[in-house]
Design a binder for this molecule. Structure first.
Ligand code: FAD
Length: 401
């Protein structure tokens, strides 16, 4: 039997999920990653939408078993006052399952377990030289020479060169106004309630992971390109060292070299399509978004399984033109992901407030609104976390809260 060949550029969450999903549908898959696999020491939260996508490649149960449930917690002020309670059980009830948190390296290992030995090449930068068309395969240049492919998946992240090759006139993502830090530390001695804390143009979150460690993330509205001359841990101490516990404890436990800092870039204008010729884009390459709803990776995972769903009939027919399937992929994914991009940007605006009166008003509004309507914060995820992949039963409509 003939087998169609897919080349995936980039082995982040999106690329590896696409590889696993295409392999499961019968494609011969090669993944080319310019760096090492998941060098980032960070956690990732997966909402029920991504978990349902991972169910289609037989990984949902393992992800849930390796993850900590992001259960109860609080939205707080830097002084520690609780503005709102975040109720894990209410999330599960509203969206058909909990949000789970796991280390990125765990997710990468699980995805690799669904791929054949030798299909992922690291230290292997790749460049799309021809997106292909109905009659011609796509071509990818590597250090070992050129490869032909019946499909190329551009999963090469926010600075995607595949996106630029397909749509050279598109402006690409822009700085979203804030920078982020992430770190994983051993659990502090003093127990704490998971929390997200909103200050004046700053945010901090601390969440326990299943292995006993703690994942912390922070954001600050600041000009792009900044780096602390004395290191990012020192910068975090200046910005957050006086915030409520466990923030100072986590900072004390952080290895200076383990603190990751990234400026956030997001797509402001939509691409005209998520494919051209025989090449598809997914994840941050297609729709980089602010991490305020924790959906960038979730949407990349959704993209990957939807792409594989549409390409399933082509796995054993390399001569066939997958143009119709790729157009269906764009139709399914572009409006949905751009909606999540816009909603993530809106959520970022609430955190960007820095003036004392505006912050006081925001805090009062959040506290009052969530007291009157406890499900209010969750409504921001309606239409996102309740998504189900094509070919699986849709979630029953929600009752209003
Ligand atoms: C602070 C922060 C917190 C976040 N938290 C969450 C969260 O909790 N949940 C969530 O869902 N999302 C979260 N996100 C977003 C999430 O990290 C991204 O959306 C997600 O990693 C995108 O995956 P990707 O596979 O598209 O791209 P990436 O993970 O960026 O992977 C792209 C890969 O392509 C490789 N590459 C690039 N160019 C080439 C080339 N020429 N040849 C070969 N390889 C190449 C890169 O080395 C990289 O490995 C967060 C983001 C930030 C900044």
């Amino acid at each position: 039997m003939e087998q169609s060949r897919a080349v995936v550029i980039g082995a982040g969450v999106g690329g590896l999920t696409a590889a696993a999903a295409l392999h499961r549908r019968g494609w011969f898959v090669t993944v080319l990653e310019r760096a090492a696999l998941d060098p980032s020491g960070a956690g990732i939260a997966l909402a029920p939408n991504a978990q349902r996508a991972l169910d289609t490649i037989g990984l949902g149960d393992e992800v849930r078993a390796s993850a900590a449930w992001q259960g109860g917690g609080g939205l707080r002020t830097p002084g520690g006052r609780r503005l709102a309670r975040m109720d894990g059980a209410a999330v599960a009830q509203r969206f058909g399952g909990p949000v789970v948190l796991l280390h990125r390296a765990t997710l990468v290992d699980l995805l690799l377990s669904r791929l054949p030995e030798g299909c992922v090449h690291t230290g292997a930068p790749a460049e799309l030289t021809d997106p292909g068309d109905a009659r011609r395969p796509a071509r990818v240049a590597t250090a070992d020479g050129e490869r032909e492919a019946d499909l190329v998946v551009g999963a090469d992240g926010v600075h995607s060169a595949v996106r630029r090759a397909l749509f050279p006139g598109h402006p690409g993502p822009r700085y979203a106004g804030f920078t982020t830090w992430r770190v994983v530390v051993p659990a502090p001695e003093h127990p704490f309630e998971p929390h997200e804390t909103w200050g004046r143009g700053r945010l901090w979150g601390s969440q326990p992971m299943r292995d006993g460690r703690v994942y912390a993330y922070a954001a600050a509205f600041t000009p792009p390109g900044g780096h602390a001359p004395d290191g990012e841990k020192a910068e975090l101490l200046r910005l957050f060292g006086h915030w409520h516990r466990p923030v100072p404890d986590i900072l004390a436990a952080a290895e200076p070299g383990a603190v990751l800092r990234h400026d956030v870039r997001a797509m402001t204008a939509s691409l005209p399509a998520y494919h051209r010729g025989r090449t598809a884009l997914l994840g941050d390459a297609a729709h980089a978004m602010a991490p305020t709803l924790g959906q960038g990776g979730n949407q990349a995972i959704e993209d990957a399984v939807v792409l594989a769903h549409h390409l399933s009939p082509y796995a054993a027919d390399p001569a066939a033109d997958p143009g119709g399937a790729l157009a269906a992929y764009t139709r399914d994914r572009l409006p949905r992901t751009m909606d999540v991009v816009r909603r993530s940007a809106r959520a970022a605006r609430a955190i960007s407030l820095a003036g004392a009166p505006a912050v006081a008003l925001r805090n009062a509004a959040v506290a009052t609104a969530t007291r009157l309507a406890p499900g209010l914060l969750l409504r921001g995820f309606d239409g996102i976390a309740d998504w189900a992949p094509p070919g699986t039963p849709a979630r029953a409509p929600r009752q209003p809260s």
